[in-house]
Ligand binder design. Structure first.
Ligand code: 9MJ
Length: 673
C-alpha cells in the first residue's frame, strides 16, 4: 500500500518533469512512447488503488460533469487591458511620456513580448496546486472555466519545484496554433460540423464549452506573461526576471520575449517579430512593451483600466471586410481559369488590396461569393490576398450568382474541365493572348531566362501589338521596334535588346524551366536536364524513358511528352535554337558512387550553408530521390531553420529528421572506403 503510494508519487513527479521539459523548455528528455508508458503505469496503479487518485494527477485532466453555466469569479487584482499603438510616432511618444513621468533622461529598459491573439485567462495556484482558472471577462468579473483550463496540456496542475509562493495567480493568453486550427477544422468538415472562422474564435469557442470533454479534444495552448495576486513571496525586481521565474515554476512563456532599450529598441523588436510573423506557428496581432523595472511600473501606475507602463503595438490587420464589385476570370500560362474577386480597395496586411483570388470553381462555389457581397479578405505575409468567406448576414437582395464561362474570356476558345479536377482550362493554347502573355512572362522571369527589363507591361504591349507571338520572336526584336512602345526610351530599348542577347547563353535546366511545361518546376527541370544532358534526346524520348528521371511520375512525364509532341512547340524550339539560344551540355555522366540509392528525402526550412537546390542536387547525384511532401515512404526529412508543417508531419509519421551536419555525415558515412 505504502509502496503503491510511493510509486504513484514517483510516477507523477516523473510525468510532471517530462511535461516541463516538453512544454516549457521545448526540450523533451524521453521519446513519446516512454512518456505514454509512464502514464499507462500510473493509470493502472490508480485503477488498482482508487483512494490514491488526486485532483492534481495527470490522469485527472478531464474531470467533472458538463456544467449548465459558468460560475462568476471576482478578480482580486483587476485584469488590465492595454492601450494600443499603430505608428512609430505613438511609440516615441509612449517612451517620452514615461521618461517625463519618471523624470529621467536615461533610456528605459522594456520587456518585449509577442501579443498573442487569443483570450486572457488567470490561473490560481495555492501551495503549488491549480485550484481555479478564469477568463478575463470585463477585467473585474470573469467566468470560472477551471474544468476547461485543466484539460490544456500546457497548463500545469502542479507547479515545479518547491520555491513557489503560497498563493500565485499566473496570467496568460490561451490560443490555438495555426496547425491545430487547421487540423480541427479539417476534422470538423469531415464530420459535417461547423468550422471556425479563425484561430481566435476557435480558441474562445473551445474554452467556453460547458463540457470539458469537448475542450479536451481542442488543440488549445497557453503562454504566461504576468502575475496577479501573489502571497508570501519575494518577486524579482524586473518583469523579464519574473517571466524567467514563471518558466522555472513550470509555466510556459513565449520564447520570443526579450529586453530592449528606448523607442529605437522597441521599433527594432517590432520589425524583427513582424518579419517572422508569417512563419510563427500562431497568430499574433502585435507586440507588447512593458517597462521592465517593477519599481518604475509602480511609480507609473494606471489610467482607467490600462497601465501607463505598457502598450500594445499592433500590426496591420491581416483580415478586413470589404465589398465584391465583380468576379472575373483570369487566364494563366497553362490556360487555367482562375476566378478573381474585384474588390472595393481595402487596407489589409499592410497594403491596399483590390483583387483577391478565389482559387478555382469549386472554391468559388463552396464560398458562394457573389457580386455585391461583403467578404472577409485575408493577406498574410507575402501570400496573395484571398477571400476567406462571405458575411452572409450582409448579402444584399438580388446579389447575382457568378456565371462559369463556357468560352475563354480572352480568346473565345472553348473552356474545358478535366474530369476529377477543379481547374477550368482555355483550350486556345498559344492562340490565346492571355496564355501567350503569361508564358512570355514566365519565360523572361528571373529564375528562367532572366531577361532584365522585359517586364509585364512591355510583354503585354508586345503581344497586343502582335510584335511577338512566341518566345522565339523576342530574339528578332530590334531596338528601333522596341523604342516605339509606350514609356520606352531609346536607351532602355537598347538595354533590353542587350539583355535579350545576353539571355541566349543559358543553361539547360533554366531553359527547360522557362518553357513552362505544365508541372515542370525548377527541380524537375534540373533532374530532367541531368538525366538527358541535352535537348535532342529529351525531345525524342518516350514516356517510359522520361519516367526514369528521379522524381518524375506518369503525370509529369506525359506533360513533357505532350509538350514536345506538339508541332507548334517544336517550331518555337527550332526558332529559339536558330536564333542562337544555347547552353552547355550537362554532364550526363552520374557519379558512379550512389550512397543514397533508394532513399527518399524531403527538404524543409533554411539550411545553414547549402541552398535547398544544392542539397537536392547532391541527393540526386548520390542516387537519392527528393520529393515535396512527407509520407510514410519518406526516409529522411532534411530540416533547417523555420521548418514549418513538414516537420510536424515527419514527427507524426516517425520519419527520421536530420540536420545539414548529419546529412553530410550520411553522404560520407555511406561512401565506399
Ligand atoms: C498577450 N496577449 O500576449 C499582455 N499579452 O499584459 C501579453 N497580453 C498583457 N501581455 C498586461 N504578452 C495586460 C495584458
Amino acid at each position: 500500500m505504502a509502496a503503491a503510494a510511493e510509486r504513484v508519487n514517483a510516477l507523477r513527479a516523473s510525468i510532471a518533469q517530462h511535461d516541463y521539459r516538453y512544454y516549457v523548455l521545448d526540450d523533451p528528455e524521453v521519446p513519446d512512447a516512454e512518456y505514454d508508458r509512464l502514464v499507462k503505469q500510473l493509470k493502472a496503479l490508480e485503477a488498482e488503488h482508487p483512494e490514491l487518485v488526486s485532483p492534481d494527477s495527470p490522469t485527472q485532466r478531464v474531470s467533472g460533469a458538463p456544467a449548465s453555466e459558468f460560475g462568476e469569479v471576482v478578480h482580486r487584482v483587476p485584469m488590465l487591458s492595454l492601450d494600443n499603438a499603430f505608428e512609430p510616432d505613438d511609440i516615441e511618444r509612449f517612451d517620452r511620456r514615461i521618461r517625463e513621468r519618471l523624470e529621467t533622461e536615461d533610456s528605459i529598459a522594456y520587456s518585449c513580448e509577442p501579443k498573442l491573439d487569443g483570450l486572457a485567462v488567470t490561473l490560481l495556484y495555492e501551495n503549488g496546486q491549480l485550484v481555479r482558472g478564469a477568463t478575463r471577462g470585463d477585467g473585474i468579473h470573469g467566468e470560472d472555466v477551471t474544468a476547461n483550463l485543466r484539460t490544456l496540456p500546457t497548463v500545469p496542475l502542479r507547479l515545479v519545484g518547491d520555491r513557489f509562493p503560497a498563493v500565485l495567480e499566473a496570467r496568460g493568453e490561451v490560443f490555438m496554433s495555426l496547425d491545430g486550427f487547421a487540423r480541427m477544422n479539417r476534422e470538423a468538415l469531415e464530420k459535417g460540423e461547423k468550422v471556425f472562422v479563425n484561430p481566435r474564435n476557435a480558441a474562445a469557442g473551445s474554452l467556453r464549452q460547458l463540457d470539458p470533454r469537448i475542450t479536451a479534444t481542442r488543440p488549445l495552448e497557453i503562454f504566461f506573461y504576468g502575475v496577479g495576486f501573489v502571497e508570501d513571496a519575494e518577486l524579482p525586481g524586473r518583469h523579464s526576471e519574473l517571466l524567467a521565474q514563471l518558466r522555472d515554476w513550470g509555466l510556459r512563456v513565449s520564447a520570443e520575449t526579450t529586453v530592449a532599450r528606448g523607442a529605437e529598441g522597441l521599433l527594432a523588436y517590432y520589425a524583427a517579430i513582424g518579419a517572422r510573423r508569417p512563419t510563427l506557428k500562431y497568430q499574433i496581432d502585435g507586440v507588447v512593451y512593458k517597462v521592465d523595472s517593477l519599481l518604475q511600473q509602480r511609480e507609473l501606475g494606471f489610467v482607467a483600466r490600462a497601465p501607463r507602463w505598457a502598450i500594445a503595438h499592433k500590426y496591420p490587420a491581416q483580415e478586413e471586410m470589404t465589398t465584391v464589385r465583380d468576379v472575373e476570370w483570369q487566364v494563366g500560362r497553362t490556360g487555367a481559369l482562375t476566378p478573381v474577386a474585384r474588390l472595393d480597395p481595402v487596407f489589409v496586411g499592410g497594403v491596399t488590396v483590390s483583387n483577391a483570388t478565389l482559387h478555382n470553381v469549386d472554391e468559388l462555389r463552396r464560398k458562394d461569393v457573389r457580386a455585391g457581397d461583403s467578404v472577409i479578405v485575408r493577406r498574410a505575409g507575402d501570400v496573395i490576398p484571398e477571400v476567406v468567406r462571405v458575411v452572409i448576414e450582409r448579402r444584399p437582395a438580388g446579389a447575382v450568382d457568378v456565371q462559369v464561362p463556357g468560352v475563354c474570356p480572352v480568346c473565345g476558345s472553348e473552356v474545358r474541365r478535366i474530369e476529377g479536377e477543379s481547374v477550368l482550362r482555355c483550350t486556345g493554347g498559344l492562340v490565346c493572348a492571355a496564355q501567350r502573355k503569361e508564358s512570355l512572362k514566365h519565360f523572361a522571369g528571373r529564375r528562367a531566362m532572366d531577361i532584365d527589363g522585359l517586364g509585364d507591361k512591355v510583354i503585354e504591349q508586345l503581344v497586343d501589338t502582335k510584335m511577338v507571338k512566341n518566345a522565339a520572336d523576342l530574339y528578332s526584336l530590334s531596338a528601333e521596334q522596341l523604342a516605339g512602345l509606350e514609356r520606352m526610351g531609346e536607351k532602355s530599348a537598347r538595354n533590353l535588346v542587350d539583355a535579350i542577347e545576353r539571355s541566349k547563353t543559358s543553361t539547360l535546366p533554366r531553359f527547360l524551366y522557362a518553357l513552362g511545361i505544365p508541372n515542370v518546376g525548377e527541380s524537375t527541370a534540373l533532374a530532367v536536364a541531368e538525366s538527358f544532358g541535352d535537348l535532342e534526346p529529351l525531345q525524342s524520348a518516350d514516356v517510359e524513358r522520361i519516367m526514369e528521371v528521379p522524381d518524375v511520375g506518369p503525370v509529369v512525364a506525359a506533360a513533357i511528352r505532350e509538350f514536345f509532341g506538339e508541332a507548334r512547340n517544336r517550331a518555337v524550339l527550332d526558332g529559339l535554337r536558330r536564333r542562337g539560344v544555347s547552353w552547355p551540355i550537362v554532364e550526363a555522366e552520374r557519379s558512379t558512387h550512389q550512397p543514397l540509392s533508394g532513399r527518399t528525402f524531403v527538404l524543409t526550412g533554411t539550411l545553414p550553408s547549402l541552398s535547398r537546390a544544392d542539397a537536392a542536387s547532391a541527393i540526386r547525384k548520390a542516387g537519392g530521390r527528393v520529393t515535396s511532401s512527407v509520407t510514410k515512404k519518406t526516409d529522411y526529412l532534411l530540416a533547417g531553420d523555420d521548418p514549418g508543417s513538414k516537420l510536424t508531419a515527419a514527427n507524426e509519421l516517425g520519419v527520421r529528421i536530420i540536420t545539414e551536419a548529419e546529412f553530410s555525415v550520411l553522404i560520407v558515412a555511406r561512401s565506399p572506403s
